[in-house]
Design a protein around this ligand. Structure first.
Ligand SMILES: Nc1ncnc2c1ncn2[C@@H]1O[C@H](COP(=O)(O)OP(=O)(O)OP(=O)(O)O)[C@@H](O)[C@H]1O
Ligand SMILES: [Mg+2]
Length: 256
C-alpha cells in the first residue's frame, strides 16, 4: 500500500463547495510514487472536481494539496505544470486546425522553448501512445480513440512526474480499451506516477494498484482492487441503498 511507501501526492481533508453543494467533502487520498492509483465512484461523486483541485483549475474551499512535500493549493495551474503535474480533460478538445504533431508539441513547449526540440519530443510521445503514423494528420481527422491518445500525449509531452487521467477510456469500444490499457502501463513504466479516474472497471482492475472510492464527495473506501470491490459500502454507492444486502441474499439463494 501507499501508506508506508514514497508518497508523491497527498490530498489532505480537501473540500470544495459550489453554492449549496459540497461537491468534495473532507476528502483525503494519496498516490504512491511510480504507481497507478485509481479514483472511482458514481457519476457526480466529485472525481473531476478533486482532480481540478490537484491540477489547480479549481481552488479548494478547505484542505491541503501536498505534492513532493510542499502544499501547492495556492499555486496556479501553470506553476503546478512546471512542478510536474499534468492532467487530461474529460471533454477532449484538440486544436482541430493543427496537426497531431503540433497539438502534442503544445505540451512539449512547457519545458522546450525551441521548436525543434518540442517537435522531436512530440514525435517521441506520439509514437509511445500509438499515434506514430498519424503525426502529420489534422487532429480533426482523429477518431474518438485517436483523440483520447492525443489527449494522453499532450499531457505526457510536458514530462510530468504525476499524470492525472480523467476517463481516458470513456467512449472507447472494448478492443480500443484493450489497446490503450498497455499504453497507460508503459507510461507508468517510464517512471511517471498515474492517478486515474475511470468508469471502465475491467481496466481499473487490471491497471490500478491502489484505489480510492468517492461517493457524494466523500472517500468511502480505499484499498487494493479486490478488497475495494468486495466492500459493501462500495456496492451500495454504485447500486443504491440496500444493494449489498440484496446481492448477499441472492448469492445465498443461488448457492442454497
Ligand atoms: N463548476 C461547477 N459549478 C457548480 N457545480 C459543479 C461544478 N463542477 C461540478 N459541479 C457539481 O459537483 C458535483 C461533482 O461533479 P464532478 O464533475 O466532480 O463529478 P464526477 O465524479 O467527475 O462525475 P462524472 O463521473 O459524471 O464525471 C456534481 O453534482 C456537479 O454537478
Ligand atoms: Mg468527471
Amino acid at each position: 500500500m501507499t501508506a508506508g511507501g514514497d508518497v508523491i501526492l497527498s490530498v489532505e481533508n480537501a473540500s470544495r463547495r459550489f453554492g449549496g453543494l459540497l461537491a468534495v467533502d473532507d476528502a483525503s487520498m494519496t498516490a504512491g510514487r511510480g504507481r497507478i492509483t485509481g479514483l472511482i465512484g458514481p457519476n457526480g461523486a466529485g472525481k473531476t472536481t478533486l482532480f481540478a483541485m490537484i491540477s489547480g483549475f479549481i481552488e479548494p474551499t478547505a484542505g491541503r494539496i501536498v505534492f513532493e512535500g510542499a502544499d501547492i493549493a495556492a499555486l496556479p495551474p501553470h506553476r503546478r505544470a512546471i512542478a510536474g503535474i499534468a492532467r487530461t480533460f474529460q471533454i477532449v478538445q484538440p486544436f482541430a486546425g493543427l496537426s497531431v504533431r503540433d497539438n502534442i508539441a503544445v505540451g512539449a513547449h512547457l519545458r522546450r522553448p525551441g521548436r525543434e526540440h518540442a517537435l522531436a519530443r512530440a514525435d517521441e510521445v506520439g509514437r509511445l501512445v500509438g499515434l506514430g503514423d498519424k503525426l502529420d494528420d489534422p487532429a480533426s481527422d482523429l477518431t474518438v480513440s485517436g483523440r483520447k491518445r492525443l489527449e494522453l500525449a499532450r499531457a505526457l509531452a510536458t514530462d510530468p512526474k504525476l499524470l492525472l487521467l480523467d476517463e481516458v477510456l470513456a467512449g472507447l469500444n472494448p478492443s480500443e480499451v484493450r489497446d490503450v490499457v498497455p499504453v497507460i502501463r508503459s507510461i507508468r513504466d517510464t517512471g511517471v506516477t498515474i492517478v486515474m479516474v475511470e468508469h471502465v472497471m475491467q481496466a481499473v482492475m487490471s491497471l490500478c494498484e491502489d484505489i480510492f472510492v468517492l461517493a457524494q464527495g466523500r472517500i468511502i473506501a480505499r484499498g487494493g482492487p479486490a478488497e475495494v470491490t468486495r466492500d459493501p459500502k462500495v456496492v451500495e454507492a454504485y447500486l443504491g441503498h440496500g444493494a449489498a444486502a440484496r446481492l448477499v441474499a441472492r448469492e445465498g439463494a443461488d448457492h442454497g
